[in-house]
Design a protein around this ligand. Structure first.
Ligand SMILES: NC(=O)C1=CN([C@@H]2O[C@H](COP(=O)(O)OP(=O)(O)OC[C@H]3O[C@@H](n4cnc5c(N)ncnc54)[C@H](OP(=O)(O)O)[C@@H]3O)[C@@H](O)[C@H]2O)C=CC1
Ligand SMILES: CC(=O)N[C@@H](CCC(=O)OP(=O)(O)O)C(=O)O
Length: 347
């Protein structure tokens, strides 16, 4: 049995999404974790770094160099953007399918990437093969992909909040405003002045105003759905909590709308998408914590003639690690929900 399991490496497992990937894959029937990497902690047991894994996953961390030496089925890259691209170039012909959690291959072209990330791209050929890994929209393409660009956390919650309306070309041009809040783990494991306890605790702040790199990721995907270019006003905020993203999206609608029609549009769009839960009340981040769910609550405000859509995800799961596992399941013809049936952790 064990030799039929997918052989997997997690590259960058000293970080937050890498450790969440390990937690999910450890309980995935179809997977064997062969290798976990870190450059700054080579030789240490994984569980020394992440004590929650003590006695469950104690294998030593190795350098990413070791990945080239072993035959693998899947390589998860949980690395910063700007770093992933070099590893994709290096391992593209290794026979392993690559799921990249960074933003290096999410956008349409090298030029768009370099403009929004303010960084040179070293492997532009990858844009042609990379598939945007949002299973609710692209399951068919993901199934045959060898390189998946796992979506960003804010884009996942934002795109899923508005996709049903863009797919029907119902959103008035330039009317979409996305107000988004993220827990601190979204900023990665490395501490900075911004994430210092006293700057975050009992505080709440907007950042990346009028230029956050996730704006273009959301614009490209919603624009493609509508078959037209689109412009989005996106503002992220930092919440003093560990994990969770809450999006409040506002848009003007073309033509007539009412609550019944709006609910039906969302119900129809997500009817066979088990990980998007259409809610009948406003979701909170704790309703999805530790799970692969995206909870969505669309409301029609007849007074202002706007739709208001609330969506909630766990940034480390549906926004990163569980989305990557969902993509792996699709790429290898496994049951879509394998390893992803966690009930949210509340309170
Ligand atoms: N956190 C989140 O909510 C989300 C994150 N993402 C994306 O996923 C990726 C990983 O995020 P996250 O886990 O938060 O990041 P972290 O900062 O928590 O971890 C990054 C990891 O990358 C490794 N690393 C850094 N530089 C190098 C290098 N030059 N060579 C090899 N390894 C390196 C680090 O390992 P070490 O220092 O031990 O070598 C560390 O394990 C990022 O691209 C992030 O943008 C996407 C969606 C959500
Ligand atoms: C709270 C926080 O800082 N969030 C990060 C985004 C999360 C993330 O990792 O996104 P990418 O995968 O696209 O880099 C930020 O705003 O830069």
């Amino acid at each position: 049995m064990s030799n039929q399991k997918l052989k997997v490496a997690i590259v960058g497992a000293s970080g937050f999404t890498g450790s969440e990937l390990a937690r999910l894959l450890l309980n995935h029937e179809g997977v064997s974790i062969e290798m976990i990497t870190s450059e700054s902690h080579v030789g240490k047991p994984f569980s020394d770094l992440h004590p929650q894994f003590f006695t469950r996953l104690d294998i030593p961390l190795v350098s990413a160099e070791e990945v080239s030496k072993q035959k693998l089925d899947v390589i998860f890259l949980a690395l910063p953007h700007g770093v992933s691209m070099d590893f994709v170039a290096k391992w593209k012909d290794s026979g392993a399918k690559i799921i990249d959690l960074s933003g290096d291959f999410r956008l349409s072209t090298k030029e768009v990437y370099e403009e929004w990330y303010n960084k040179k791209h070293s492997y532009p050929e990858g844009f042609a093969t990379a598939v945007y890994g949002l299973p609710e929209l692209f399951a068919d393409k993901i199934k045959s992909a060898t390189l998946v660009a796992n979506p960003g956390c804010f884009p996942t919650a934002s795109i899923l909040s508005m996709a049903p309306l863009f797919a029907k070309q119902l959103v008035e041009e330039k009317s979409l405003i996305i107000d988004a809040k993220s827990g601190l783990t979204g900023a990665g494991i490395k501490a900075s002045a911004t994430t210092h306890f006293s700057n975050v605790n009992e505080n709440f702040k907007a950042y990346g105003i009028a230029g956050h790199r996730h704006t273009i990721e959301i614009e490209e995907q919603l624009g493609a759905l509508a078959g037209d270019q689109t412009t989005v006003q996106f503002t992220p905020h930092l919440l003093p909590v560990d994990r969770g993203i809450l999006v409040t999206a506002y848009a003007k609608i073309k033509g007539e709308m009412n609550q019944e029609k709006l609910t039906e549009i969302y119900r129809e769009f997500y009817q066979d998408k088990p990980f998007v839960r259409l809610r009948n009340q406003s979701p909170g981040i704790k309703d999805v914590r530790g799970s692969h769910f995206c909870d969505v609550f669309p409301v029609w405000d007849a007074r202002t003639e706007r739709v208001i859509v609330i969506s909630a995800i766990d940034n480390l799961l549906k926004g990163a690690a569980s989305q990557a596992v969902h993509n792996m399941n699709l790429m290898f013809g496994l049951s879509e929900a394998e390893g992803l049936n966690q009930v949210p952790l509340k309170p």
